[in-house]
Design a protein around this ligand. Structure first.
Ligand SMILES: [Zn+2]
Length: 264
């Protein structure tokens, strides 16, 4: 009987994990719409998706996350122009994050709130990579949303959330100001400042510090790698948003372990 109940429990969580993954795929599909339309100031609700080449509306059966891309071999059904591989990639990554959120926080309000936070970071990352901009329409509402969420997150306090917002926005504002005084040109975009303020609202002041640390570390490594490959100078333009996102996600999933490890 014990084996049977264990088997049932295992199959139950397997089913729930798959459901979380598939929910993530669908969220990723919506993120693709946001990534494409928010920088163009277009509605993310209507009209429905259409082929960017021939303009033919994409039917619901051709809009199944990942699956449709595989069935149609990444091409438009009508004009056969290839779609970017990033569409299924964003869906897959969001699916995996939804699964990770389920494994970390179970079926809970914490998982839902953190998944919304993760989804906004993924959207910001792609938009920043494409356009070198971090849209205010995500980060500015994200700050009060994060403070509001702290009321419902067991691991967060409102005080921590507000401190995180002030520290995140404050540090980058100070760096940007100092850089402008020294270099007499704008170094850091205002988008990065608002993004780190939003990150602070969701994960608090300790989260801000680890986000900056990990973001700078990964950013420097990536920048160095790009410079070595292209042989270009320091004037290279690299968006900082994706690295802040990597830092925030590192804290969200491994912050406790890393802090414990560090103090030992
Ligand atoms: Zn087409």
């Amino acid at each position: 009987m014990l084996t049977l109940s264990r088997l049932l429990a295992a199959s139950g969580s397997l089913w729930q994990g798959s459901a979380a993954f598939m929910l993530g795929l669908c969220i990723g599909s919506f993120l693709n719409v946001c990534i494409y339309r928010i920088p163009a100031s277009r509605s993310i609700v209507s009209p429905g998706s259409a082929c960017m080449s021939c303009g033919h509306p994409i039917r619901f059966y051709d809009n199944i996350p990942m699956l449709s891309f595989l069935i149609l071999r990444g091409r438009c059904r009508y004009c056969h122009v290839p779609f970017s591989v990033r569409y299924p990639l964003v869906e897959l990554i969001t699916g995996l994050f939804a699964l990770a959120a389920f494994l970390q926080w179970g079926i809970s309000l914490t998982a839902v709130i953190n998944l919304v936070f993760i989804a906004s970071l993924l959207t910001i990352t792609c938009i920043d990579l494409d356009h070198y901009l971090i849209p205010d329409v995500i980060t500015l509402p994200g700050i009060p949303a994060g403070i509001l969420a702290s009321f419902f997150l067991p691991a967060m306090t409102v005080r921590d959330s507000i401190l995180g917002t002030l520290l995140g926005g404050g540090i980058l504002l100070a760096i940007a100001w100092a850089y402008e005084q020294i270099a007499h040109r704008e170094g850091m975009g205002g988008g990065d400042i608002k993004l780190l303020a939003m990150i602070g609202a969701f994960i608090g002041w300790k989260g801000v510090l680890m986000t900056l640390f990990v973001g700078a570390l990964v950013g420097t490594a990536a920048g160095g790698a790009v410079m070595l490959r292209t042989g270009s100078s320091m004037k290279l333009k690299i968006p900082f948003g994706p690295f802040l996102a990597i830092g925030a996600l590192t804290y969200l999933f491994f912050g406790d372990i890393l802090i414990l490890w560090y103090w030992r």
